[in-house]
Design a protein around this ligand. Structure first.
Ligand SMILES: Cc1ncc(COP(=O)(O)O)c(C=O)c1O
Length: 279
């Protein structure tokens, strides 16, 4: 059977990185992946990360398995790092952002198979791959007017009005990839209204918190939706989901730590997420 397996297409971004590495031009700049680089183009290890690693080395007492939901101390810090004041949220640790999104996708496929996920056009290319791989239906909403260099907000709203109750809406919390163009606070409030009116389920991909403004400022959309979560329909797995990225923030891409945040008010979700994690 191995002879008949088709060869996977080359990853476009990683192929470009290879071309970049081979390019002898001294003025080359690598803007391909969302990492922090210093003036010399290096991806430095932050001093705080070095310090934390030293502490971990000294204090770590066991290499035993973690709980299936991940490291308890780490998970408990997540709501505060997102600036969430109430204690209704719980986080599950995942190996990297792609797998956090894949778990959300598997969850939708398993428990809400008739739902569609609405994805911005354009978006991070892997959003398509991840939801397609989990056989979740995708629709796009227009996000960027390249001539005006802005979000065509009226068109975006008109397009999302076609979504049905129980559909999921994938949103970039800040530093929208690839446009870098984010909603204003007023626009976020309008999106919240729309999500509430249409009974949609928001998914926040929080990959770059702290790269546009301060940590708490960048998490504004998640805080806004969390404060208004009583207005969102919290039935079964109708819920606010948020995948959040701590490795990009700390320049720790190699370690692939990420987490899924979910609302504790939903008992079914709590029961089913670990089940999805076991897949
Ligand atoms: C919007 C977005 N979401 C998620 C990710 C996470 O990916 P990873 O699997 O590398 O943690 C990225 C990384 O480029 C991204 O840009």
């Amino acid at each position: 059977m191995f002879n008949t397996i088709p060869i996977a297409p080359k990853d476009q971004i990683f192929s470009l990185i290879q071309q970049y590495n081979n390019d002898k031009n001294p003025d080359k700049i690598n803007l391909l992946s969302g990492v922090y680089r210093d003036a010399d183009g290096n991806v430095p290890i932050l001093k705080s990360v070095h310090r934390a690693e030293m502490e971990l080395l000294q204090e770590e007492k066991s290499k035993d398995y973690l709980d299936i939901e991940g490291d308890k101390n780490y998970r408990e810090c997540i709501p505060a790092l997102l600036g969430l004041k109430n204690r209704h949220f719980d986080a599950i640790q995942t190996p990297g952002g792609t797998s956090a999104l894949r778990l959300v996708a598997e969850f939708i496929h398993q428990f809400s198979p008739t739902s569609t996920v609405w994805i911005s056009n354009p978006t991070w290319i892997n959003h398509h791959n991840i939801f397609k791989a989990a056989e979740v239906a995708i629709q796009e909403y227009p996000y960027y007017d390249a001539t005006k260099k802005e979000i065509p907000f009226d068109q975006l709203l008109a397009s999302l009005k076609k979504a049905k109750a129980g559909d999921f809406l994938l949103l970039h919390t800040c530093c929208h990839n690839p446009t870098g163009c984010d909603f204003s606070k007023e626009q976020w409030k309008t999106v919240l209204e729309l999500v509430t009116q249409l009974s949609l389920i928001p998914i926040f991909d929080n990959a770059y918190q702290g790269f546009a403004e301060e940590l708490s400022e960048d998490a504004y959309p998640i805080q806004l939706f969390a404060e208004n979560s009583h207005k969102l329909r919290l039935q079964c797995h109708h819920n606010t989901r948020c995948t959040s990225h701590f490795l990009i923030r700390a320049n720790l891409q190699r370690h692939r730590i990420y987490e899924i945040l979910h609302h504790k008010l939903c008992p079914n979700l709590l029961q089913h997420l670990p089940e999805t994690l076991h897949l």
